[in-house]
Design a protein around this ligand. Structure first.
Ligand SMILES: NC(=[NH2+])NCCC[C@H](N)C(=O)O
Length: 492
């Protein structure tokens, strides 16, 4: 199944090459990473990147503007869709452990151009994920410590010093070592998960049934806000009347809060650094998703149960819910959890981003010299350093909060393709060893792809246009460089 007999943009990378590449040991000094992680570390990285801005801010906005207490159902729906994608990831990651995740699976199944599209898409998701959250981190810290918004705030700051600083510091941690990154991530995860559990348990005492009825407020026409390129693609395509609340509101909130689940795929990028990848990648991916879904449902239920949805705070819904019942001290804890959460999200985004870039550069689709692994730290330090600086500049100079949807569309696009890769790989390489198998294939992977695509259609026309612009830039780079210069092209 080599590429030589195919139109070259569709050439595929033989699966045995993919596996051999992943097994190169970093200690040879060459293009290989070192195996230093176990199942707990992987789950730590997963929860590290998942629980962050989403639960701490989107809960309030979506409950108030779109779903009411039904936002709990939105979190559950988004969690189920993410879980379907995670099952598909688990099958591919455990049978073909790599640093490139979706990019590499596509290279082995759907061909080079699709691989490049996913790789380029993942770079967008992870780089922008880090930048958007760094911006939020800075704003949160400014509020907590009363820092000047000129340098730290979201609005009106020219150069966001806080965002640049946090990206550079965490970028250095990511470069210095995967063990160091794992230790810090695990610590931050412990803090935020403990506080989330506390929020759920303590919050239950303040839940009032009256706040939860009606659970899904009746649908009503939306205000005039969502016109033109701001409207969801579904609405633009099918001419649906814009409405909020009701079941439609719950669904559109599910598309937005999906952001809160994005990032778990980062675990699949650590396949070459895991000691027992065949077992632990599955545990890491599914463990992350199960724990996060339970916590999200618990936290959102408590928030809408404590405060009438019409009065929920848009900026800091959880902290102010506790303030409103006179437990202001709990609000401090919640702020600590938020800062810990956002910090770990940025760190894991930077770690994963380096692995994706590493895998692409190793294949020569971008210059292979930047894939070099540091002899002592065992990390792809060149590509990580280049991308960290790029992310710091982005986060420092651009008001990014509007771009969070671009992170979601990037994740969803990868999920669609990963889901499709599962049945394709089963037919092409039927006797590959598969430590984990998605149940009910191909039905479940197809449902997963359709559900992710449906959520993509719920994002705005504007987001789609930006996404297409990024892809166009990618096409220029591919045909200008990678198409001719990559390893498979040179070998044929
Ligand atoms: N690669 C990413 N998708 N990064 C962003 C992760 C955002 C995270 N799920 C949150 O709620 O804050």
């Amino acid at each position: 199944m080599g590429g030589g007999d195919r139109v070259s943009v569709l050439r595929t990378k033989p699966i045995k090459d993919v596996i051999a590449q992943g097994e190169v040991d970093g200690s040879d000094g060459q293009l290989g990473l070192k195996r230093r992680l176990g199942a707990v570390d992987l789950t730590g990285f997963g929860i590290g990147i998942v629980i962050g801005t989403g639960i701490f801010t989107l809960t309030g906005i979506e409950a108030r503007d779109s779903a009411g207490p039904g936002v709990v159902i939105s979190f559950a729906i988004a969690g189920v869709v993410a879980l379907l994608a995670a099952l598909c990831y688990a099958e591919l990651a455990s049978s073909v452990p790599t640093a490139g995740s979706a990019y590499t699976y596509a290279y082995a199944t759907m061909g080079e151009i699709v691989a490049w599209i996913i790789g380029w898409d993942l770079l967008l998701e992870f780089a922008l994920g880090a930048a958007v959250v760094a911006r939020g981190w800075s704003g949160y810290l400014a509020e907590l410590l009363d820092l000047p918004t000129r340098w730290f705030g979201e609005e009106g700051s020219t150069v966001n010093v806080g965002a640049i600083a946090i990206v550079l510091i965490l970028g250095i941690v990511a470069i210095v070592g995967i063990r160091e990154s794992a230790r810090i991530t695990n610590l931050l995860v412990l803090v935020k998960v403990a506080i989330c559990v506390f929020v759920v348990v303590a919050g239950l005492f303040f839940v009032r049934a009256a706040n939860l009825t009606p659970f899904i407020p009746p649908a009503e026409p939306a205000g005039s806000g969502d016109d033109g390129i701001k409207q969801p693609v579904t609405q633009a395509l099918f001419g649906l009347e814009p409405s909020v609340f009701g079941f439609v509101g719950v669904l559109s909130a599910a598309a937005v809060v999906f952001f809160a689940y994005t990032g778990f795929e980062a675990v699949a990028n650590l396949g070459e650094e895991t000691r027992k990848p065949k077992r632990d990648l599955t545990l890491g991916l599914l463990g992350t998703l199960l724990i996060s879904t339970v916590l999200y449902i618990g936290v959102s239920l408590v928030v809408v149960g404590m405060v009438p949805y019409t009065e929920i705070d848009r900026g800091a819904p959880i902290a102010s819910a506790f303030e409103s019942v006179g437990a202001g001290w709990a609000a401090v804890l919640v702020s600590i959890a938020a800062v810990a959460g956002l910090t770990s999200v940025i760190l894991v985004d930077l770690v994963a981003m380096g692995r994706i870039g590493f895998a692409i550069a190793r294949d020569g689709l971008i210059p292979p010299s930047i894939a070099k692994v540091h002899p002592r730290w065992g990390t792809p330090y060149r590509i990580s350093a280049i991308m960290t600086v790029a992310v710091a500049l982005l986060a420092g100079l651009l008001p990014l909060s509007a771009l969070a949807d671009l992170v979601s569309i990037g994740a969803l696009c990868a999920f669609v393709l990963v889901s499709m890769a599962v049945p394709i790989l089963r037919r092409r390489r039927p006797d590959l060893e598969r430590p984990f198998r998605v149940p009910f294939s191909p039905v479940l992977p197809i449902v997963s792809a359709l559900a992710c695509f449906y959520l993509m259609l719920n994002l705005s026309v504007e987001t789609w246009l930006r996404f297409l612009a990024w892809m166009l830039l990618g096409a220029l780079i591919y045909f200008g460089y990678g198409y001719r210069r990559n390893r498979l092209a040179r070998a044929s």
